[in-house]
Each structure stands twice: as structure tokens, then as C-alpha cells.
Design a protein around this ligand. Structure first.
Ligand SMILES: Cc1cc2nc3c(=O)[nH]c(=O)nc-3n(C[C@H](O)[C@H](O)[C@H](O)COP(=O)(O)OP(=O)(O)OC[C@H]3O[C@@H](n4cnc5c(N)ncnc54)[C@H](O)[C@@H]3O)c2cc1C
Length: 495
């Protein structure tokens, strides 16, 4: 049986950054993820914004972490070799309710120390973003907003944890947790691990994990959302993240000029019953389209190349109903970061961490790592910790002379597999051989960007399946698109 000081459950953004920051201490760490790859949950389906922090109540942990994280985000991404676009944001509104909200957020931003925050006249908004509807009445600008590719960030943090000595165990689902003399026995099917402490980052399932050792306190009630992505052809339509404060109390629109030059639109807010319902809804997509018509009417929606769905992990305190014995939620959801500490053994849970969880992933990772080290007691720092993770070679970031040199050394970098994004065979092989490497078509996509262009993988998927099969030593018919069973090729005579 393997023994660890700390086990992190869940390999989304929060688990990856918890593992990375635990390596700042002399601890034996394992990250357990039930799926075949990292960042396949909420960390794969969000708005990809680094928030500057004016939206949160000043003085709260959330506001403090967010403002600090945004101001240090460029440095974090440089450390982890991750691309970051510090494009700034403008919030726009079209009437008196919106204007009042913007002024309130401006005051909050000043109080929280958001740098460079200012209100913009309609003329100033239109100068910066000429495609916004001329009906705009007020703008709120901040320079410290940006956008990042969430899974690129999470995978980089996990690679950095692994380089510093953490074990990352994929296909390892925690099925039970039993308190033991020295901490816990963590059961994952037929495998058992012993650990002194646990950090629970199981995303949508974090409450279920906590309930394996304690009675219910917080539960997650999911809601859904939809997104649209526009091709790079429409990329120049906006240059800042655009937030929209509507006149009615419903959800406004968000538009993001992504790191790769697309425009991401969304999310809508739709009801869902199931926690794993990452599907789109016609209703949500139609709402997005009608909001676009209000905020930025000339946006060419004919360039939509993809839509996708998300699930929000809305946390609520729960109490036991004395008559039915069932746990029922309080009327209002929890808006603060929910970080629960269970006693007597060290067990920390991050439950229902919504926006700005991506922005604050590293801050939250530091917070729980420091707290866990304190709970374990007398844990020395790790002087060998290296926060830098070497970035993968990205052909598109190189000059023509640099590309020629790379291709001369390894001709596979001269063989373009994904024509839309110009991703080479060399980069795809590297994404499979890196640790933890890609084992699925979507795993390659998350690491290289292949298949995210205009044709959405129509041309390259077949080639990527072949490369994966060759590298992993299996048949192309055994390669999944994403999760277990999502085969792309049928075996002869099979299903
Ligand atoms: C719609 C939406 C938009 C958002 N937009 C932004 C944004 O623009 N900016 C921002 O800062 N934040 C944003 N956020 C917040 C941010 O995306 C989340 O805080 C973050 O992704 C949460 O990551 P996670 O690691 O908790 O969850 P996940 O990414 O879901 O990871 C949890 C992992 O735990 C694993 N797991 C579950 N059960 C087990 C088990 N029993 N054993 C092993 N593994 C298990 C799952 O497989 C999964 O991989 C958004 C959130 C939502 C919902």
C-alpha cells in the first residue's frame, strides 16, 4: 500500500494548483483523478477570464485573492510557460439600472485596490470598442482583466507538481475514505492508499467526497450554461473582454477575445438536473444570440464554429429536515469561497468554487497548501522547489528562422497535422510523451490546440488518432475522443 502525507482528490484547476503548491513543502503528495486526463470537468468549460476583482465584496477573501491574483497573473503564466492575454475589460450598460450597477462596481473596485479602474463615457467606450451598440450609456474599464486557456494553465500546474516530485494518478477514482490511526485510508476500487491529510478538490462531486467522512453541511445544486465560439475571422471585432450589465436582473452577456484569436460568447443560465449534464440547450443558445443583437449587433454570428455547455457547481448550506430526515438547502446560495476544514484529522474541502476560481486557482492552492502544512505540523519548506515549468515548443510562437532551425533538428516539426491552427506532428508527439501526457484526441487538443480551428478537427482527427495509437502502442480503434468509451473508429465487425 502506498503511503502519502497528503492526497489531493480531483485533477481540475484547483487540484492541480493544490498539488503544485504542496510541493513547496517537504511532503509526499499524490493527486488522484478519476478520469483519464486532467481538467476535463468545470475547468474545461468556463469563460477563461482572469477577473480584476471589482465584482466581489471588498474585504472578503474572494476579493483580496482575486485582486492579488489578477495583478500577478502575467508573472504566474511566465513561470508556468502558459500563454496569457492581458487585454483589459470594459463593462457596458444601456440604461439607468446598469449605470447604477457600474458606479457601484467602480466604488467597490476602488475600495479593493483594483488598479487603473475608471468609468468611461459612451464616446470613450466607442473609441476603444467601435462595434459596441451606440446605445451604450456608460462603461467601466479595468486594465488588469485578461484571458488564459484554463486547461493549459491547469495542466502546466500539474506538470510543475510532477516535476517537483508529486505523483499524479489518473484513472483513479476515490470510492471510499475511512479514518485510520495515522489519517485516512483512501480506497480507489481495488487500490488503497494511506495518507495523513486530504485536500478535496472534486469539483461537482466535492460534497459527496466530504460526506464520506462527515455529515452533510454543504451540497451542490447544479445549473447549466451555454457558450458559442466564433472563428478567428471574427476575431478583430473586439479587443477587450466585454461584460454587459443588463437592465433586467437576468444574466448579461460576456464576450472574450481568446488567446487564440477567437471570440467566446456566454455563458447563458439554464436549469439542469444532473451534475454531469455538459450539454448545450437550444434555449440558452437563443438567449445568447438575442443578447448579442443588443450589445454588439454587427457581430458576425455566421462565424460560429462551435457551441458547448457547462455546469455551475452552486453551493448551498443544508440542514436536516426533522420530519423527512432529508437534507434541504437554505434559501440562498453561498457566495463566498467555501473552504471547509473537517476535524479531527486534516481534511480540507473546496466546495462549489465558481468564478473567480480560475483566476484564484494558484492563490487557493497556496492557501490550502499552507493550511494543510500547519495542520500536519512541523513541515519544513522544500528548498528544492522549482516554480518554473518549461513551456512546450509552440511552432506558432517562433520566427521563420527559429522554425527552420527546429525543423532541421526534428523534421516532424515540419509536418503540419492541424491545418487550421498549424500544429505539427512534432508538437502532437510531445503532448503525448510529456508527463502527464495526452491519451485521447481531446487530450492532444487541450495540450496543443489541434482541432480547435475552423474545421473543428475534420481534417486532423484521423491523423491524431494514428499518432496516438502509434505512440501508445495500441490499435486506432482503441483511441477515445474524450472519456472512456467515446471511440471514434469502429472495429471490424464490432460496435
Ligand atoms: C460557467 C462557469 C464559468 C466560469 N468562468 C470563470 C472565469 O471566467 N474566470 C474565473 O476565474 N473562474 C471561472 N469559473 C470558475 C472556475 O472555472 C472554477 O472555479 C474551476 O474550474 C473549478 O475547478 P475544480 O478543480 O474545482 O473543478 P473541476 O475542473 O470540475 O475538477 C474536479 C475534478 O475532480 C474529479 N473528481 C470528481 N470526483 C472524483 C473522485 N471520486 N475521485 C477522483 N477524482 C474525482 C473530476 O473528474 C474533475 O476532474 C467559472 C465557473 C463556471 C461554472
Amino acid at each position: 500500500m502506498s503511503c502519502y502525507d497528503v492526497i489531493v482528490i480531483g485533477g481540475g484547476l484547483l487540484g492541480c494548483f493544490a498539488a503544485r503548491n504542496l510541493m513547496r513543502y517537504k511532503l509526499k503528495i499524490a493527486l488522484l483523478e478519476r478520469r483519464e486526463d486532467l481538467c476535463t470537468g468545470i475547468s474545461r468549460a468556463n469563460t477563461a477570464i482572469v477577473y480584476s476583482g471589482y465584482d466581489m465584496k471588498p474585504g472578503t477573501l474572494k476579493a483580496k485573492m482575486c485582486v492579488k491574483a489578477a495583478q500577478e497573473f502575467s508573472a504566474l503564466c511566465a513561470e508556468l510557460g502558459v500563454r496569457y492575454s492581458p487585454c483589459g475589460s470594459i463593462m457596458v450598460c444601456f440604461g439607468p439600472r446598469g449605470a447604477q450597477m457600474l458606479r457601484q462596481k467602480y466604488e467597490q473596485g476602488l475600495e479593493s485596490g483594483v488598479r487603473g479602474i475608471k468609468l468611461l463615457t459612451p464616446q470613450e467606450v466607442l473609441q476603444l470598442e467601435p462595434n459596441i451598440s451606440p446605445q451604450v450609456v456608460l462603461g467601466l474599464y479595468t486594465p488588469d482583466t485578461g484571458t488564459v486557456i484554463p486547461w493549459e494553465l491547469g495542466i502546466a500546474a500539474a506538470e510543475n507538481a510532477l516535476q517537483n516530485g508529486a505523483d499524479i494518478l489518473l484513472n483513479t477514482e476515490v470510492t471510499d475514505i475511512v479514518p485510520s490511526e495515522n489519517g485516512f485510508k483512501v480506497h480507489c476500487g481495488s487500490q488503497t492508499f494511506e495518507t495523513r491529510g486530504i485536500i478535496n478538490c472534486a469539483g461537482l462531486l466535492a460534497a459527496e467526497i466530504l460526506e464520506k467522512v462527515s455529515s452533510p453541511k454543504v451540497r451542490i445544486f447544479p445549473s447549466g450554461g451555454d457558450y458559442l465560439i466564433l472563428d478567428t475571422k471574427a476575431g478583430g471585432y473586439i479587443s477587450h473582454v466585454i461584460f454587459h450589465e443588463p437592465e433586467h436582473k437576468d444574466k448579461g452577456l460576456t464576450l472574450v477575445p481568446t488567446v487564440d484569436g477567437n471570440i467566446l460568447i456566454g455563458p447563458s443560465e439554464v436549469p439542469v438536473e444532473e451534475k454531469n449534464f455538459f450539454a448545450t440547450t437550444g434555449e440558452g443558445l437563443a438567449t445568447l444570440r438575442s443578447l448579442v443583437a443588443e450589445v454588439i449587433p454587427s457581430l458576425p454570428l455566421e462565424h460560429v464554429i462551435r457551441s458547448f455547455g457547462t455546469v455551475r457547481p452552486n453551493p448551498y448550506w443544508v440542514h436536516q429536515d426533522p420530519l423527512s430526515g432529508r437534507y434541504v438547502p437554505e434559501d440562498k446560495g453561498i457566495s463566498s469561497f467555501t473552504i471547509l476544514e473537517s476535524t479531527p484529522r486534516p481534511f480540507l474541502s473546496l466546495i462549489g468554487i465558481k468564478t473567480p476560481g480560475l483566476t484564484c486557482a494558484n492563490e487557493l492552492g497556496i492557501y490550502v497548501a499552507d493550511k494543510m502544512a500547519a495542520l500536519l505540523g512541523k513541515v519544513p519548506p522544500n528548498p528544492a522547489f522549482n516554480p518554473r515549468r518549461p513551456a512546450p515548443l509552440r511552432l506558432n510562437d517562433l520566427s521563420w528562422t527559429e522554425r527552420a532551425k527546429v525543423i532541421k533538428e526534428n523534421p516532424l516539426y515540419g509536418k503540419i497535422v492541424c491545418r487550421c491552427r498549424k500544429i505539427s506532428e512534432g508538437e502532437i508527439i510531445d503532448s503525448i510523451r510529456r508527463q502527464p501526457g495526452a491519451v485521447t484526441v481531446d487530450g492532444v487538443k487541450r495540450r496543443t490546440g489541434s482541432g480547435t480551428g475552423r474545421c473543428q478537427g475534420s481534417f486532423c482527427t484521423q491523423r491524431i488518432i494514428e499518432i496516438l495509437a502509434r505512440e501508445l502502442g495500441c490499435s486506432p480503434a482503441e483511441i477515445y475522443k474524450d472519456s472512456k468509451g467515446s471511440y471514434l473508429i469502429c472495429k471490424e465487425g464490432g460496435s
